[in-house]
Design a protein around this ligand. Structure first.
Ligand SMILES: Cc1ncc(COP(=O)(O)O)c(C=O)c1O
Length: 388
């Protein structure tokens, strides 16, 4: 009988789909998936509409991305990080960061190579590594501070290590890696000749005094780093799936070779709108951070009144909460309880770990606070029930 390939045997339905269905069925406030429940900035949407109506952008875009978007990515990297990227051969536009990471793995890692993944990790990383016929090697972040152990990091490197997947600001912990932590990772990558795939989709989502330090800006790292980002989180346009990868031409060439046979090209009008968005003035980025500062405060107030413990997020729009003082059971069981009995949906930590390591995150659930202030206030009211 015809059936699916062994490669996808371990890939279940993503937890996000599962939780969205449950949240809807029980009328729960949905703090599960990392997608804003509010709209993108009006002027960014206007640029998309105008691009679609201009009669110039409704057919295939150039495979590497439109000239406008590649230039905007280069200008943005120069403006925020003083990086000097070549718009001709140093950038490739991808269908979201998700495709950027997949094309980077396909284009930069050989079958049998090892790829270091910091755990807990974004859910597509490990399936992507498996589809590239490479081998994931895990380095855990330890609760409650979500930091890695230096010896564990060091011992993850071997002769077979080809790449390290780094995400900062980090989903799901809200950590922003410090210069000291990044310097150690960089030193080991240089020592072992390892490429870094740096997932920086939350690059603008920071809470003072946290500072985002791109791995590509560390001494000796530009030439061994591809940086992946996208417009989804920075401009509340997750539905557009416009992302990019930039770095030294030799590495970007590998990504581009894979990309041309994964998606070939990305939605054309959205690229024009994201090119505009990347060039928005300082005031946009400041207002964006201020908006998320308020949301983080509302989220933390809700957790305070619930009695759940947490580590204050330094970046991104997630917080991991420890429920062990109010519930005994797995995080999937607690998530079910929270949805059905309290009316709040979150994401259990299990999918962020390989099954062998899930015990490390035992007792934690993730809330996404990219939601309206009103929904976050209602969350506080409902979570009070947990305390009682
Ligand atoms: C760490 C991380 N990387 C990548 C993505 C996916 O980005 P995109 O929507 O641009 O594909 C997400 C989305 O939640 C994420 O949290």
């Amino acid at each position: 009988m015809s059936t699916f390939a062994h490669r996808v045997e371990t890939f279940g339905t993503t937890i996000f789909t599962e939780i969205n269905t449950l949240a809807q069925r029980y009328g729960a406030l949905n703090l599960g998936q990392g997608k804003p429940d509010f709209d993108a900035p009006h002027d960014v949407i206007t640029h998309l509409v105008q691009a679609a109506q201009a009669g110039l952008y409704n057919q295939y875009a150039p495979g590497a991305g439109t000239v406008a978007l590649r230039q905007a990515v280069v200008d943005h990297a120069a403006r925020f990080y003083q990086l000097d990227i070549n718009p001709q051969n140093g950038v490739v536009v991808t269908a979201g960061a998700t495709e950027g990471i997949f094309s980077a793995l396909l284009g930069l890692v050989d079958p049998g190579d090892e790829v270091i993944v910091i755990e807990p990790y974004f859910d597509s990383y490990v399936p992507n590594i498996i589809m590239a016929n490479a081998i994931p090697v895990y380095v855990p972040l330890h609760p409650p501070t979500w930091t890695f152990d230096t010896d564990e990091l060091r011992s993850a490197f071997s002769k077979k290590t080809r790449a390290l997947l780094l995400n900062s600001p980090h989903n799901p912990t809200g950590r922003v890696f410090s210069r000291r932590e990044l310097a150690l990772i960089a030193q080991l990558c240089i020592e072992h000749d390892v490429t870094v795939i740096a997932d920086e989709v939350y690059e603008h989502l920071l809470f003072a005094p946290a500072q985002h330090i791109p791995m590509a800006t560390l001494p000796g790292m530009f030439e061994r780093t591809v940086t992946v980002s996208s417009g989804g989180k920075s401009f509340s346009t997750t539905g557009w799936k416009v992302g990019w990868v930039y770095g030294p031409p030799e590495l970007v060439e590998g990504v581009a070779r894979a990309h041309q046979f994964v998606t070939f090209a990305v939605h054309h009008p959205s690229q024009q709108a994201i090119a505009y968005a990347l060039g928005l003035p300082e005031t946009y980025y400041e207002a964006y951070q201020a908006m998320y500062h308020t949301k983080r405060e509302l989220m933390l107030c809700a957790l305070e009144s619930s009695g759940l413990q947490y580590c204050i997020p330094e970046g991104a729009f997630y917080v991991l909460a420890d429920y062990t003082s109010v519930f005994s059971g797995t995080s999937m069981e607690f998530t079910n309880y929270l949805i059905k009995e309290v009316g709040v949906a979150c994401i259990p930590v299990e999918p962020f770990y390989t099954p062998q390591h899930v015990d490390i995150g035992y007792g934690y659930i993730r809330f996404a606070f990219c939601k309206s202030d009103e929904l976050l206030r209602q969350t506080q009211e409902r979570l009070l029930k947990l305390h009682k």
